[in-house]
Ligand binder design. Structure first.
Ligand SMILES: [Ca+2]
Length: 399
């Protein structure tokens, strides 16, 4: 442990999840897990502690979407017609990841432990596996699906097996993620000294974040679970370079526990969020910890769509889209929800809103000929298709 962690208790980071640390029936919970001590570190109000509501024992046979991906959430499905995030690299800086979970197997591109854990980069808590699944659970016909099931995950373990960590580990994890060519960094953690400029205690952290955003990486962090009081956003979410994410519920309201403050940039589903936990299980958890990878998944879709269209994704353009496309767009951000609920379709190219099938019949042309096909039924617009061989050159409607 570093002096930063032992010396004065400052500079500690902790999970921003509104529930105890142990992820339901985790197989071998670390013996040194001390819930009371962790609670004190996390500064989570007593009322926010709720027992884990649901843990699914095994893979769900028919693949389902959690509510957070649907109409009251980020509307991921509406964006999947354009992209599912293929080729994008999302760093999850958390408690490690269970890379053997059926939903994550093959999705983890690289792993590194910064905590000196005897479990290495594996997840002994469950939190990191849940966050990774929210982004990248596979679309494989079983279980559940992440927001960007085509993307790959970088697993940086910066929180130890008791769910706390050192800000220097986080800074090192951010630098590692940039080295690993992360496109997006998701940090479901927070903490820091109250009322004190954090740079005094963690000079490396903001510098690392700036190196990441300067390299074009989109950096997101949990707003924190210290609401509903005013001015409760923690670090690193409090930094202007970081997109701070608040937690919304199935009614599109901001949860009571979600931290409030002018630093909140956007909201995402963070209540009853179903995702993977170790040993092949799934669980429904609450927290801005869950909202953050929801928004990070949208960022992955954005990056993939930019690349597919020859554009360079940038943190500034990502922010601009948050401001212009979030649900309940406000002219100014509000301290509960920032610019509103993040909406995946606003981050990808336009998608068809309606699709219908028209029967044409068949017309044969000479192979490789330049051809024109006209279709007109009485009282409708005519459709003209021009092609050479099998290549469509032009399509148009005539009155
Ligand atoms: Ca699945």
């Amino acid at each position: 442990m570093s002096a930063n962690r032992i010396g004065c208790g400052l500079g500690l980071i902790a999970l921003a999840v509104g529930v105890p640390l142990i992820a339901g029936p985790v197989k071998d919970p670390p013996a040194h897990l001390d819930a009371e001590r962790t609670k004190a570190v996390m500064r989570i109000p007593e009322g926010d502690f709720r027992p884990r509501k649901k843990v699914f024992a095994a893979a769900v046979p028919e693949e389902r979407l959690g509510w957070g991906l649907g109409e009251n959430g980020v509307r991921a499905e509406a964006a999947w017609a354009v992209t599912k995030g293929k080729g994008v690299r999302v760093a999850i800086l958390d408690t490690g990841i269970d890379a053997d979970h059926p939903e994550l197997k093959g999705q983890i591109l690289a792993s590194k432990d910064f905590t000196g854990s005897r479990f290495g980069a594996k997840d002994a808590v469950g939190h990191g596996t849940h966050c990774a699944g929210i982004v990248a659970m596979k679309q494989d016909g079983k279980g559940y699906v992440g927001v960007a099931p085509g993307c790959g995950i970088l697993n940086g373990k910066v929180l130890a097996d008791d769910g706390t960590g050192d800000f220097n580990w986080l800074a090192a994890g951010i630098d590692w993620a940039v080295e690993q060519k992360a496109d997006v960094i998701s940090m479901s953690l927070g903490g820091g000294p109250d009322g004190t400029p954090p740079e005094r205690f963690m000079p490396n952290l903001r510098a690392a974040i700036r190196r990441a955003t300067d390299a074009g990486v989109i950096v997101l962090a949990a707003a924190g679970n210290d609401g509903p009081g005013a001015n409760t956003v923690g670090y690193p979410g409090r930094y202007p370079e970081v997109v701070a994410v608040a937690a919304s519920d199935v009614s599109r309201h901001i949860t009571n526990f979600s931290s409030r403050g002018s630093e909140v940039d956007v909201a995402a589903p963070g209540d009853n969020v179903v995702s993977s936990i170790p040993n092949g299980q799934f669980a429904e958890w609450d927290g801005t910890s869950m909202a953050t990878p929801m928004a990070a998944g949208v960022a992955a879709l954005y990056v993939a769509d930019c690349r597919a269209n020859g554009r360079t994704p940038t943190p500034a353009d990502f922010r601009k889209r948050i401001e212009t496309t979030s649900s309940t767009r406000a002219k100014v951000p509000n301290p509960n929800s920032g610019w509103g609920l993040i909406q995946a379709p606003g981050f990808v190219s336009a998608t068809p809103t309606e699709s219908k099938t028209l029967e044409f019949g068949r017309a044969d042309f000479t192979a490789d000929a330049w051809g024109r096909l006209l279709h007109q039924a009485p009282g409708t617009a005519g459709l003209t298709l021009e092609f050479r061989g099998e290549t469509l050159l032009k399509a148009g409607l005539t009155k």
